[in-house]
Design a protein around this ligand. Structure first.
Ligand code: SF4
Length: 321
């Protein structure tokens, strides 16, 4: 039970936080995957290779989304198709990697071309004992959902977009909101462990489909919801756009907690830095979220003042829960 320090310090315990208390132990997960080096007082990476992302398309992508322009692929390790995914993971395992994210650029219809690698994923699971997450994009083909299940993948991450306008104008994708809903339905039908992502402020810094995406996701028995925030990047059509206001972000955190009372809700690694990050990270703790990737300085102490015991993971927040 949260200690009385809250009462003494006069902190108002949000309704959302009380929901967290009802269904989760007084612990909070902090993540520092090896995508970038990270160290704050109380939390330093020991094995930066523990979790690594692989792109099966290298730097290639058919979409050129306005908020990304393929930049998300840059920190990923490009797959050498001559070596193949299994041998690549064998090599990474030898250098201390325990889990991998298999991702890549998308086709025009929003899928990541993963089919031909699923046989290797099965071997990576069975022969190397590594943990495997996959970022699939939309999955509207039943055979693909069945093949993902057969591969033994530990979890599926996919962005859920709740606005057709955003799908058209930001992602330039030949898909609709229904395709994202169908993906959730198909992946659920094959009992895959889902970690859907919602990007706040995706429509040029404005909220547009996020609450609809949350409503869609809440219809399914997902493993964890990962919330990230638009981070306007150089060389993208959104460079210079204002990220969404922190009070709107905080309100969404609470709505997610209320909509998914017994499901892990995480604040993922993509979010603006500096003072903005400090404000939203604190709002995430106060709203009762279960974990934060690369927490801002002072957030561990703030969590402890809320009666939460910090736990540390060198994994991604969608993988380590
Ligand atoms: S599909 Fe993914 S990798 Fe390609 S531009 Fe969009 S967000 Fe970036």
């Amino acid at each position: 039970m949260v200690s009385n320090t809250l009462v003494e310090t006069g902190q108002v315990v949000e309704e959302a936080f009380k929901i967290r208390q009802r269904y989760f132990p007084d612990e909070i997960n902090f993540y520092a995957p090896g995508l970038k080096s990270y160290s704050i007082p109380g939390f330093k990476q020991k094995n930066p290779n523990a979790f690594l992302p692989i792109s099966v398309t290298g730097a290639g992508c058919a979409l050129d989304c306005d908020h990304c322009n393929k930049k998300i692929l840059e920190p990923m390790i490009p797959l050498d198709h001559r070596e193949g995914l299994f041998k690549m993971c064998q090599r990474l395992k030898a250098s201390g990697t325990e889990s991998v994210l298999i991702s890549g650029g998308s086709k025009k219809t929003g899928e990541v071309p993963l089919t031909k690698h699923l046989g290797d994923v099965k071997r990576i699971k069975e022969e190397l004992g590594m943990r495997v997450m996959m970022h699939t994009g939309v999955v509207t083909d039943e055979a693909m959902a069945a093949a993902l299940k057969e591969s033994g993948v530990d979890g599926i991450a996919l962005d859920i977009i709740g606005s057709n306008e955003t799908i058209r104008q930001v992602y330039h994708m030949d898909a609709t909101v229904e395709d994202f809903d169908k993906s959730l339905a198909l992946l659920t039908k094959y009992e895959l462990s889902l970690r859907p992502h919602i990007i706040l402020g995706l429509h040029y810094g404005k909220f547009l489909g996020e609450y609809h995406a949350l409503d869609m996701i809440a219809q399914y028995p997902i493993h964890a919801l990962v919330i990230v925030i638009l981070t306007p990047m150089h060389d993208t059509a959104m460079f210079g756009v204002e990220p969404p206001p922190t009070d709107e972000v905080a309100a969404f955190f609470k709505a997610a907690r209320v909509a998914l009372p017994q499901t892990y809700v995480m604040l993922g690694c993509a979010r603006p830095m500096g003072e903005y990050k400090k404000v939203v990270d604190r709002a995430a703790v106060d709203a009762g979220l279960n974990g934060i990737a690369y927490p801002a300085e002072g957030i561990i102490e703030h969590s402890q003042s809320m009666g939460l015991k910090p736990l540390y993971f060198e994994n991604s927040c969608s993988c380590g829960c």
